[in-house]
Each structure stands twice: as C-alpha cells, then as structure tokens.
Design a protein around this ligand. Structure first.
Ligand code: PLP
Length: 506
C-alpha cells in the first residue's frame, strides 16, 4: 500500500492519507478484508504522528469504508451494493445518551413497570400491585354496558371527545363530587388518563429544577417520580397517628418556601393512614397562612371498611388552594385509565394544553363506560360489594400475619384502601428477603421505593390485599413469614406482632 505525502500542500496530511486509501478501495486495489497497516506502523513509515493516521482512519470509518475488528485491526469493507447500502458497512452506533435533552431526568427508575409486568406472568403471587381483583366484577353487567355503548351510542363512543373530557362524564363527576361536599363547575373539572396524569401535569406546570415539594414520608411512588422528573426537591414530612406532622411541616414551610404540598389524607398509599378531621383543618390553615397550594390525591376514599367518610380537604377549602385528583382506577378498573382533576379554571386551561400535547384526550370508550357505570347507579352496588370483599381479605391477611413469631414486627391496620404497611425487625436483611421471596414466586413492595431519592434503608414492606385471591393470601403470607424468619437476625419469640390500628375518626 503506497502512500505519498505532500508537506507543501494546503490539504491536511490526514485528508491526503484518507483520500489515497479511499481511491485504492474504490478502484479495487485494496480488496474487502484487506488489513490496513497499524496506525503506529504507518505513522512511522510516513514519519508523521500516529494521531494523524488515527484521524485518517476515523474518517474512513465514518464513511463506511473500513471498520475496526478486535484482533485484526482496521479492515477494508465490501463496496456498495446495488441499492447503495454497503453489505457490511460500518454504521457508528447512535449515542442516545448524548442526544437526550438536558430536561430529561436521567434516572432509570422502573418500579411501576416492574410491578405491572408481573400481570403477564403466571404462577406468581403478587402483593405488590395496586389494582382491583378480577373476581370482584359482575361480568354480565360489564358486558351489557359495553354492548349497549357499541350498539346504541356508536356515534359517540367511536368519536373523539373534547380534550378535557366528554360532557356526560364531566356532569356525572360533578354530581358525584357534589354528593361528597365538593362544589365544582364543569369548567373546573377535567378528565385525565388516570389521576397519575393530573399529578404529572401539575408537576409540569409548577416545578422548576430545585423547587421544593413537601410530601408525607413515605409517599406514593408515582408522585415521587412525577415531581422528580422535573428535578423537584422532595422533602418528606413524617406522620403520626393523625396524619402529616404539622409542627415539622410548618418549619419546612418557613425554611424552604415550597411550591406545593402533596398529600393523600385518606387511606394513604403506602401506609394506609387517614388524616384526622382536626389535622385537615389545621393543614388548610397553614396552607392559607403561608400561601402554598395543596395537591390532594384521593383515589381510595370510597374504599372504607368501617365507619364513615371524612370530608376531603377540597370540600373544606373555600379559597381554591386545593387541587384535587381522584380516579376510577381503584373503584371500577385500573385498565380503563379514567381519572380526573378539580382545580381553578386557569389551571384547567393550562392542563388542557398539556393534554393536547400528551395524548389529546382520554379514551372515549372508557369515558362513556365510566359515565354509564356511575350515572346508572351501578357504582354504588359495586362499591358495597368490593368493600365487603376487600374487608374480608384485609382481615384474612392480618390474621395470617399475626401467626408470625419473629420479634419486632408491627402491622399497620388500615381502615380502608388497598394496603397493609408492615414493619419488619429493624435488622432484617431486606435484599436477601426480596430475593428469597422472588425465588418462591412472591412479590412485595420494599418500603424504600416510597421515600424520596436519598437512599433510605427501610425495614418496611407494603402488602396489597385487594388483588390476590384468598387462597393466595393464605399461602403467600405463610411463605412470606417463613422468609422473614430466615432473613431476620431477631429472636424467634412466642406471641404476636404488634398491631397499630389506624383510626380515621380521631
Ligand atoms: C395515591 C395514588 N395516586 C394516584 C395513583 C394513580 O392512579 P391512576 O390509575 O388513576 O393513574 C395511584 C395508583 O396507584 C395511587 O395510589
């Protein structure tokens, strides 16, 4: 391979080398698989720096004329085929990491996806999800609603709806809210693709990188992810038996001047806690005093297993400080993806723009399905049925957990919702436990995912009781306890774990 260099030329030396090799390849003088001299060798031969040869070879690579092969060096590739694409052309890999915008939070957090992927697997007992059990439905009723919609209302259900939701459903939500003490006009209501979408919209609206959001600690993972995806700084406020600690909250209001307080006052996910009425009123007063909006996330309100409902923050708020989100995911079905947000018209108008960009509108068929289900009174009966069912499952799970004989366990008994928050001995080897459970086909949510970013070591797990079948609760909890004993350094004791009943009527 003969190369000559003209040091007087204006063409840089690396380009002279590149052009000569290119010409030799195109003329066939250097056949496919010909190995070019090593950079150091050619550099020595031409009395030039090795880096100049490297640069020339990189140009040839970028044009797909040669490629580097481990063990061989730089090798000539086959020429262009008829369709213009080289048979073994070198295509540099796309550097997606470098293409991603700075806006993107680079975390690869996939907890929700991991939980939902379980539903495609068989022979797994999942205590990790947050969905209804399939056997809680009256299938004939569901089918009849679906058939009616498709037969009688085809002109509506196969068509688009306004971005903020179809007016029938909005009116239905409006009267439902009215029965629960929330007076909102239809312009203050927007239907969203699950309430998760509304949480994300509010994060999008309010959060600049570094803005502080105060949250209960622990809190719902989807909210953590939504706020953190806009680089919010989440400050966790601990809870006591009446809900979020207002003394600590107030200190943080003064210290951080947060953009928002995010709270789930009723059957909190993951702890099952319910904020007392007095605490609700005091929380509102603080928000008014410090001029900070509240996002009230309330998807579990209807799932109470004893006593009565407490008024929502939104129903107590006469000053439009509370943005209220809720959903039919927990009461009808997660898969419909129908949630809603109640807020001032100015905020709803902003959200309409976000929704246009994100998914244009919530699935039409789902919207009409929910409308039929609620407006025709089916929801009321369905709620009675699932309350009984879930109460039974909750009690069964607690009875099973009480069979444990390891010291240092505490069961948080919820008055409603989907979850039992379980404190394990504080010297539990959590990673080992999750792995051992996985091997036995049992999935639980480890507590640490419910804490904002700072790597907390949690000795809690969250157990869902709405989804698993009763038999699975019996078998699964027995195996869980077995694994806890194996992964615990605590003494095996005679007796029961401590129960903390979370009383919503304080
Ligand atoms: C507290 C809380 N908020 C919001 C959501 C999201 O629900 P949706 O299915 O309506 O998006 C969930 C779901 O688990 C939740 O637990």
């Amino acid at each position: 391979m003969e190369i000559t260099i003209n040091r007087e030329s204006k063409t840089p030396i690396y380009l002279q080398i590149k052009k000569q090799i290119e010409a030799m390849i195109n003329s066939g003088k250097l056949p496919p698989n010909f190995i070019l001299p090593a950079e150091r060798v050619l550099g020595g031969r031409l009395k030039i720096n090795r880096s100049t040869v490297i640069k020339a070879y990189m140009e040839l690579k970028a044009e797909g004329l040669v490629e580097s092969r481990v063990g061989s060096g730089t090798v000539v590739l086959a020429p262009f085929s008829k369709d213009g694409i080289q048979e073994k052309m070198y295509v540099p890999p796309l550097r997606w990491n470098q293409l991603e915008s700075r806006r993107v939070n680079k975390s690869n957090e996939q907890t929700i996806n991991n939980i939902l992927s379980v539903f495609e697997k068989e022979k797994v007992i999942s205590f990790a999800s947050g969905v209804a059990s399939e056997d809680s439905y009256d299938m004939e009723l569901l089918q009849s609603i679906q058939t009616r919609l498709l037969e009688k209302h085809r002109e509506k259900v196969l068509m688009p709806t306004p971005v903020d939701g179809c007016s029938e459903l909005k009116h239905t939500i409006r009267s439902y809210l009215q029965q629960n003490g929330i007076n909102a006009g239809t312009k203050q209501i927007m239907v969203t693709s699950g309430s998760q979408q509304a949480v994300e919209f509010l994060a999008r609206l309010l959060i600049e990188p570094g803005d502080v959001v105060l949250v209960e600690e622990p809190t719902y993972i989807g909210a953590i992810q939504a706020f953190e995806s806009y680089d919010a700084r989440l400050i966790g406020i601990p809870m006591d038996e009446e809900g979020i600690r207002l003394d600590i909250l107030e200190t943080c209001l003064v210290k951080y001047r947060p953009k928002l307080i995010y709270t789930q006052p009723t059957f909190h996910n993951p702890t099952g806690m319910t904020m007392s009425l007095n605490r609700r009123k005091e929380l509102l007063k603080l928000a008014y005093y410090y001029n900070i909006p509240i996002l009230e996330d309330n998807p579990y309100e209807e799932l109470y297993y004893e006593g009565e409902k407490l008024p929502s923050l939104k129903s107590l708020d006469n000053n439009d400080y509370v943005i209220y989100v809720s959903s039919f995911s927990k009461t009808i079905s997660f898969s419909l993806r129908v949630g809603y947000v109640v807020a001032g018209e100015n905020i709803i108008n902003r959200f309409i723009k976000f929704k246009q960009i994100t998914d244009i509108q919530t699935n039409t068929l789902s919207q009409y399905f929910v409308h039929e289900f609620v407006a025709h009174g089916y929801l009321k009966n369905h709620l009675e049925k699932i309350r009984n069912k879930y109460r039974k499952k909750r009690d069964l799970m607690i009875a099973q957990l009480n069979k444990c004989n390891v010291e240092g366990m505490r069961i948080f008994v919820p008055g409603g919702g989907y979850f039992i928050w379980l404190e394990l001995p504080n010297n539990i080897r959590m990673n080992e436990l999750i792995k051992l459970l996985g091997d036995k086909g049992i999935i639980v949510m480890p507590g640490d995912v419910f804490y904002p970013k700072y790597n907390i070591e949690s000795n809690f797990i969250r157990l869902n009781f709405s989804y698993p079948k009763e038999q699975d609760i019996e078998d699964g909890i027995e195996k869980l306890l077995d694994c806890i004993v194996k992964c615990s350094n605590s003494n095996v004791k005679v007796g029961h774990p401590v129960e903390t009943v979370l009383n919503p009527y304080l």
